[in-house]
Design a protein around this ligand. Sequence first.
Ligand SMILES: [Zn+2]
Ligand SMILES: [Zn+2]
Length: 508
Amino acid sequence: MSQLRLPSVPSRLAARIFGTPKHPLTHTSQRTTPSNFRKLPIIHSTDVARCWFHSTQRAPLLDFIFSSKKKSSKEATSTISQPSTSGASVPLLTADNLFHPLSQSPIPTIREKSVFIAEHGCCPVCVESQPFTDRLIRHMTTSHPNDAQGTVPQQQSPENVLTLNKLQSKPPTFECPECGYPTHCSQEHYEQDKANHDKICQWLRETNQDEHDLRSGRAFKEFEFPSTQPEEDVVNLANWDTLLYTRSFPSLVNPRAIRHVTKLLTYPMTMASVIHPLSPYNLTNLLTAEGLRSLAALRTTLGEHVQLRARKDVILDPLRIFVVGARAEAMLPPHVYLQLAHLFPHSPLHIYFVGPEATPPPSLKERHVGVTPQLLLRWEQKVFHEFFHEATPFDPYRDIFFLFSPGIGYPFARSVWQPSLETMIETKCPIFITSYNRPDMTSDLAAIEEDYKDTFDWIMKPGENVFRSLKKEVNLLDLTETSQANQFIYGIRGKKYEVTLEQEDSEQ
Ligand SMILES: [Zn+2]
Ligand SMILES: [Zn+2]
């Protein structure tokens, strides 16, 4: 089985070469695994019958990537810019011209959102006028045998929300003049609901401007990420401010730039903040004693990498990070993950994006890439329990799982996740899971507690993720609902901590 592992690299070599974020991509000599992927029945029924997180939060992230790249064909349709006499692209939207009512946006993809909301969204006043029982269904409450009160929140499937919107609301076609979103079915309902809407109007306006900014065609200075960290400069992982400051991120002069950057970096930095010895999580902040044991094991390996960094004759075992159920995070440009690698300059890191939707960014032709000799990325378009044989043996001293907003609690995803989660739990490696808002977390936690009862220990209690995206996202099906990528985080690990040493692994 070990022949399918990506090769280890000496860290001295890594330390020399992984300097610049714009490093040309070098492909490893690893052979690709036969494509044997199986689609989950989750996402593909129709364009709109997707988890709203996919349709509203993840999709803009992709747009985000396209618009931060130079000159892709996709960008040509989603941003507006015109050629100047010198041939260079000139942005048509300037910083003081970012607000447009959605239906009158100069950007086609934003006008399409307005059409989508009018077709599938809901008016909060219409919904509130429904009988109590109907509203109860809408508010994601369902009978649950294990809960003392008899009910726990469970996410409605997007199909259900679409149906409920159709049944309970007239189409929201009236655009709020302040935020530009079609929020209500009529001016009358808008004015009736003004006090409630005012609570969210400001961030909707902010989102409106952010969306236009991302497609404005301007140069994104904030995406010029810093290179390696000088040895003497310690990184501070207490929060975004201290991280961005101590990593010398340039051009983060305004909150909008910080929102853009954190939306992109929330994935690598959430991973780094858990693994790093200077993690903000400890026994007084979310981590449990079991969690400390798990992370201490990983940090033992990191410590060995540091100790052996000068040894030219030693091939180091990499730290392996498995991002399971990967979707948009798999499509981030590889240099985004270099920001993770820069925080572990002496450790070889292998990141595996595993899942039916784990596709590499469009710029890559291969399913594995050595971004630098230190950092290898690999994409496996399979469900985890069909892939894991290729990566065995798993070792709690060097393997860790991340599940970014997996939606385990969604009725249609729950059984699909089960064999994969059981496999992950059996490895005894730490599993960290994020959620994009509180209902999402509550429903995932309820499913985990019920389906995997007595097989796992908590390693991190549920709580707010220090490195969540600072950009609030809009649920197009219900504008009153907000989310942030990786807003919450928690961790579990298979019960009974035993490190099973396979014959090829040496004693740690
Ligand atoms: Zn209405
Ligand atoms: Zn408004």
